[in-house]
Design a protein around this ligand. Structure first.
Ligand code: NAP
Length: 269
């Protein structure tokens, strides 16, 4: 029987995680299978019993279980505690552990930059924004700012992280070295043609990071690139959070370039 891995979420919708991890298992001849487990919130307790009894050796966790799953774990990383969310379950020394590889995924492409900016502005204050704020602080970016359409949610975030809140209407008046979009503006669907930033307001030389990856090139990234900014696509975050999961589960490295090619193909690029 192949070792079992998978993803829980509700609604699970389309996810590229099975494509990525099954490709990795296959490439490294690991006898394992990664499956989607659509799971309604009230089914979580019974499923967590199953994780321990079968056992399931690793799980990706997505909305709405990222916080709720924490009470079923033996150990939670400091990083996941800071964010208040777990997106990865793995076993270590007989203990069921929780990590947040969204933070690892978000920081990975920033670590490749020749230098880090002095100021990073996070747009949005939802779950992904918390991972982004934690990531920018992990990178020791000296000033982290947060702007959100609903000010009170940004204030909530600022209670948990040492960040400064900027009014949504004034977000383009600050001149950050990095703008990280964690809102769904620009994502395929009704808001695809929208951008959280005006085309003529990008600070010179700034880094524009969109965590939306479908489409690969959002309006935000397109306009940033045309004014000479460095751009980072959300595919990099997705790829690197997945590579980090695979490492936790197998102790092995997935081929980064092959995995990126696979995801680009899956997105039809
Ligand atoms: P969330 O918790 O629902 O938060 C969404 C945030 O976007 C909220 O702060 C919300 O502001 C803001 N927002 C929504 N619509 C807006 C609009 N029309 N104008 C301005 N702000 C708006 O969602 P999430 O879990 O953080 O996910 C956000 C995005 O990140 C999604 O597109 C998701 O696909 C993407 N994501 C990508 C990765 C990756 O690996 N690349 C990983 C995780 C998430 P309000 O508070 O005012 O509602």
């Amino acid at each position: 029987m192949p070792d079992k891995y998978g993803i829980i979420g509700h609604p699970l919708g389309h996810t590229m995680s099975p494509t990525l991890h099954n490709w990795g298992f296959n490439a490294l001849s690991i006898d394992a299978e990664y499956a989607p487990y659509p799971l309604e919130p009230n089914a979580l307790p019974a499923f967590m019993d199953r994780v321990r009894s079968e056992p399931i050796l690793g799980l990706s966790v997505t909305i709405p279980h990222k916080r709720a799953v924490m009470e079923y774990l033996d150990r939670i990383s400091d990083r996941a505690r800071r964010v208040g969310a777990v997106n990865t379950l793995y076993w270590e020394g007989g203990e069921l552990c929780g990590e947040n590889t969204d933070v690892i995924g978000l920081t990975a492409p920033l670590r490749k930059l020749p230098s880090l900016p002095e100021t990073g502005l996070v747009l949005g204050a939802g779950g992904a924004a918390r991972a982004a704020a934690a990531g920018l602080l992990e990178l020791s970016i000296p000033e982290v700012l947060v702007a959100n359409r609903t000010r009170s949610k940004a204030d909530d975030l600022a209670r948990d992280f040492p960040v400064r809140v900027v009014n949504w209407e004034e977000r383009m008046d600050v001149a950050p070295g990095l703008i990280c979009n964690t809102t769904p503006l620009g994502m395929a669907g009704p808001t695809q043609e929208l951008s959280p930033w005006d085309a003529d307001r990008f600070p010179e030389g700034c880094v524009a990071y969109d965590i939306v990856y479908n489409p690969l090139e959002t309006r935000f990234l397109r306009e940033a690139e045309s004014t000479g900014c460095t751009v980072i696509s959300g595919l990099e975050m997705f790829l690197h959070q997945g590579l980090a999961q695979f490492r936790l589960w197998t102790g092995r490295e997935m081929d980064e370039h092959g995995a990126r090619r696979l995801l680009l193909d899956a997105l039809g690029s």
